[in-house]
Design a protein around this ligand. Structure first.
Ligand SMILES: Nc1ncnc2c1ncn2[C@@H]1O[C@H](COP(=O)(O)OP(=O)(O)OP(=O)(O)O)[C@@H](O)[C@H]1O
Ligand SMILES: [Mg+2]
Length: 427
């Protein structure tokens, strides 16, 4: 370094708003810059060769000793932020242009060797008030963030609980709806089987009278007369009709009961291989009461492999889609059920010729409690529940809808569940 460079360096040290103190190896003051003189109100001439701690007794702290020991032992720069003890040496006066005395000091103590080969220490003192302030803001922001995170976790927990309750209550609602439909469905055939039985009892009574008369009859004509008066020919025809109608009725009740048995595996929460078509047919039987006055149901099934699923839950999804389809049809329409298989995936589709869904509502239909139905008619849970179920099956729901034309809901399900999530993954 030539003399002009040296002049530049010392001008810089004199002007910089950082305290610079040079100490000899025994921690005696050799030099300090103008900043220290101005802020401490002490004169360098009087301080020279005096120990730092006698000029600045407040610096005589365990912390300074520790810093010095570290620098001596390891020859390293030691940096401290005097956050808790705001200063190493007191600098109570403010430099002109500085807003306030330098109070919250950070320090840097480092060893160096002078041109004369002597070991020395450089001690730099600078203000970190601003830094500390922004740090505090950062800390506060971090605290807020972490408390927000805790809140969010709690909220998530609550949501999960609510979701489980929702599933439970929707199950109950579905069972209620089912029970009402089933009662109606069974009532009808039971009604006519019962009335047929009554008529048949009357016929049997008349027939027995004819047969009993055989023994006591004086002539064949008398018997013929009785037969005619009891309208035997009519009875003969009607008996067959009544019996076949009653058999149909009983058959219908049997079908409903089988469907119910299948459907009511509602507590079953295990993934297992299932025939989806059988599930859809069962569901159709259960909701037939809702559908038959609203639509003709057309099945266009493809070939499906056995699919790993929780069958009762997939039935529930299909039931929601079918009931929604029926509700969307104002007079009488068509509901088409389709299925298909593509690689690792299968799909089930319910298409209706109902009123469709307005485009701006399409992204709201899966929201819990979103319904366009009158109070008391829809809970708005059907699709949100279906969405949940399909998601738990690692599948997805697609919807395509045109106002006044109809809607098509398609659920995609993987044929096999991902290995880690296999059996017993309850929804
Ligand atoms: N096939 C469809 N055609 C037209 N709109 C539909 C159809 N499916 C669903 N939607 C619309 O989406 C809304 C939400 O359906 P979701 O099944 O979740 O509830 P909901 O049928 O109103 O009531 P819930 O099923 O609980 O009795 C319905 O109110 C309706 O506006
Ligand atoms: Mg619904």
């Amino acid at each position: 370094m030539d003399s002009s460079q040296r002049d530049l360096a010392s001008a810089l040290v004199e002007h910089i708003e950082i305290g610079v103190i040079i100490l000899d190896s025994a921690l005696r003051i050799e030099y300090w810059n103008t900043f220290i003189s101005q802020c401490s109100g002490k004169l360098l001439q009087q301080a020279r060769r005096q120990p730092l701690t006698s000029i600045f007794p407040e610096a005589d702290t365990p912390r300074l000793s520790k810093m010095v020991a570290q620098v001596r032992e390891h020859g390293r720069h030691v940096y401290t932020q005097w956050r808790d003890d705001p200063y190493l040496i007191q600098l109570p006066l403010s430099v002109c242009g500085q807003p306030a005395p330098l109070m919250l000091q950070s320090t840097l103590l480092f060893p160096f060797t002078g041109a004369d080969g002597q070991q020395r220490f450089g001690l730099l003192l600078y203000d970190t008030t601003e830094f500390a302030r922004s740090n505090e803001q950062l800390d506060a922001a971090l605290n807020t963030l972490s408390s927000k995170q805790i809140e969010q976790e709690q909220l998530l927990n609550k949501l999960e609980k609510a979701n489980a309750q929702l599933l439970q209550s929707e199950k109950l609602a579905a069972i209620g709806q089912l029970a009402a439909g089933v009662a109606h469905e069974i009532n009808n055939p039971i009604g006519y089987v019962f009335s047929n039985l009554k008529t048949l009892a009357g016929y049997v009574h008349d027939l027995l009278r004819i047969i009993d008369a055989v023994d006591g009859a004086a002539s064949l004509d008398e018997l013929r007369q009785l037969k005619r008066s009891l309208e035997y020919d009519y009875i003969r025809n009607d008996v067959e009709a009544l019996i076949s109608e009653s058999e149909d009725g009983i058959e219908r009740v049997k079908k409903i009961i089988t469907a119910l048995k299948d459907f009511s595996h509602i507590e079953e929460e295990q993934f297992r291989l299932a025939d989806l078509h059988r599930g859809v047919d069962t569901t159709l039987n259960v909701v037939n009461n809702e559908l038959k006055y609203k639509a003709e149901v057309i099945k266009e099934y493809g070939q499906l492999p056995a699919v790993e699923c929780i069958p009762s839950q997939i039935n529930q999804v299909m039931m929601n889609l079918l009931v929604n389809a029926a509700h969307a049809i104002e007079q009488f329409g068509r509901i088409t059920l389709r299925s298909g298989h593509e690689g690792e995936w299968v799909w089930l589709e319910v298409e209706d010729t109902g009123k469709g869904i307005a485009p701006q509502l399409l992204n709201r239909i899966y929201e819990p409690f979103f319904t366009t139905k009158p109070v008391g008619k829809g809970t708005g849970l059907g699709l949100s529940l279906s969405y949940n179920i399909v998601q738990k099956h690692h599948g997805r729901i697609e919807v395509h809808s045109e106002v006044d034309k109809g809607s098509r809901f398609r659920i995609w399900l993987p044929v096999c569940q991902p290995p880690a999530l296999q059996p017993g993954n309850a929804v």
